[in-house]
Design a protein around this ligand. Structure first.
Ligand SMILES: Cc1cc2nc3c(=O)[nH]c(=O)nc-3n(C[C@H](O)[C@H](O)[C@H](O)COP(=O)(O)OP(=O)(O)OC[C@H]3O[C@@H](n4cnc5c(N)ncnc54)[C@H](O)[C@@H]3O)c2cc1C
Length: 405
């Protein structure tokens, strides 16, 4: 038990305003934003793993400019963990017409987004959590029936840590248990889709490429992305069929580099590609929960929706879930259930748009229906030729859709 849990020995339930299950990026952002909005709030944060287990994860995430703003508002933004500010994204199709480039400078912004490692992000957020948040880990939460305390309906829960059980009651329970597609229990979601694609993730060095530029290339097998780290270094996310991905994982660094150069074609023909890390595999799928608010329980982040990583939107969407949830809680706790239901309705636009675009990008470009690929190629050319449309796409990448303020 850590020092923050030493007070939790009474058998009467400890009353808190908000209890958050899951101290991943979404859960920590939610807890910190709730305190930033009202420093008098009592917040409980529970995770079933140790911090050391989570900080080992070194896959790279692209956080949007809007996510940086939300994390800064929570007091959790840490410039020192940023590997690169993404200034441009180049989008193209292998072997087909069409390409476009979205540039931050056209949108009047210093960057479209920022690359960080998952583990570094989690460690930095945990170190910056405000003192008002009581963090208990590793521990397990057991949800009980609702109870009435001081005239207010609350959600009861028991926190189990080691041999001890600590009773709690909360005005709001936030479920942020996250997880990757294959770790999650799909029966807990309203719909699921297995993309039959696996992502191969590795670090690579490419000499002779522009810094601060991300490359998204659509192939018949799935999307391939190169996300910039330090100049000359990239995180590779290569989505392909499970069989081909397994083969690529076993390929020699030289073979992998040669195949990658073929995928990117002439753009990389003058470059030297070198594999810098072991390649890891992530099976990809969509898990979707339609109703994210039920009474005093809400679901955010990957616990609400697990998306294909093609557009790097999972955590960015989760942070928008959080900020709007915090705005919805600016009324007395007795009115929270009605507000939560409104919040869930407002979030539908952004959630469905992000799911729709991600789902279409993951599948459509991998279609074997050739006219569709040409149409998409023309779509990319159209985007390139019509700056307002390209700016709209850029703004979606940077900020997403928010409905409350
Ligand atoms: C290959 C890949 C690339 C990606 N790239 C991007 C990207 O570029 N940009 C982006 O925005 N997103 C990206 N994502 C998605 C992003 O990783 C997730 O959206 C994000 O991690 C979700 O955060 P979360 O806090 O909801 O869940 P998680 O990160 O899974 O954290 C959940 C936490 O809850 C804890 N927990 C689990 N069960 C319980 C329980 N029963 N009780 C208590 N605690 C529990 C876990 O220990 C963990 O600490 C990518 C995903 C993948 C797989």
């Amino acid at each position: 038990m850590n020092s923050s849990t030493q007070l939790l020995t009474s058998s009467a339930p400890n009353l808190v305003d908000i209890a958050v299950l899951g101290a991943g990026p979404a859960g920590m952002a939610m807890a910190a934003l709730a305190v930033a909005d009202d420093p008098n709030r009592k917040i409980l944060l529970i995770d079933n793993s140790t911090l050391a287990e989570k900080t080992k994860e070194n896959r790279v995430l692209a956080l949007s400019y809007g996510s940086k703003q939300i994390l800064a508002q929570a007091g959790l933004w840490d410039e020192s963990i940023v590997r690169c500010a993404i200034e441009r994204v180049h989008v193209s199709q292998q072997g087909r017409l069409g390409r476009t480039e979205v540039r931050a400078c056209d949108l009047g912004s210093p960057a479209l987004g920022y690359t960080v490692e998952y583990g570094a992000l989690v460690a930095s957020m945990a170190a910056r959590l405000p003192k008002q948040i009581q963090l208990i880990r590793p521990a397990t939460a057991h949800l009980l029936e609702n109870s009435r305390i001081n005239g207010l309906t609350t959600q009861s829960l028991n926190i189990e840590q080691g041999n001890a059980i600590y009773p709690y009651a909360t005005s709001l329970l936030v479920r942020a248990e996250g997880g990757l597609f294959t770790e999650q229990d799909s029966t807990l979601f309203d719909s699921s889709h297995d993309y039959q694609q696996h992502a191969l993730i590795a670090r690579i060095a490419i000499k002779g490429q522009k810094p601060s530029m991300a490359w998204e290339r659509f192939t018949a097998e799935g999307p391939v992305a190169l996300v910039p780290l330090e100049p000359g270094h990239f995180s590779l996310i290569w989505c392909g069929s499970p069989v081909q991905t397994a083969r690529r994982q076993k390929a020699s660094p030289e073979e992998l580099a040669a195949e990658l150069a073929l995928v990117y074609g002439e753009r990389f023909s003058a470059c030297t590609v070198k594999l810098e890390s072991e390649a890891r595999i992530y099976p990809l799928g969509l898990n979707w929960r339609e109703d994210i608010a039920q009474g005093r329980i809400v679901t955010i982040g990957n616990a609400a929706q697990t998306l294909h990583p093609v557009a790097g939107q999972g955590l960015n969407l989760a942070l928008r879930d959080c900020i709007e949830l915090v705005y919805a809680l600016r009324v007395p706790a007795a009115q929270w259930p009605a507000q939560l239901s409104k919040w869930a309705t407002h979030r539908k636009t952004d959630r469905r748009l992000t799911r729709g675009v991600t789902h279409a990008m993951a599948q459509f470009f991998a279609t074997r229906f050739s006219p569709a690929q040409h149409l998409l190629g023309l779509g990319l050319l159209g985007l390139d030729a019509v700056p307002p449309l390209r700016h709209w796409v850029g703004n979606q990448l940077m900020l997403g859709t928010r409905t409350l303020s």
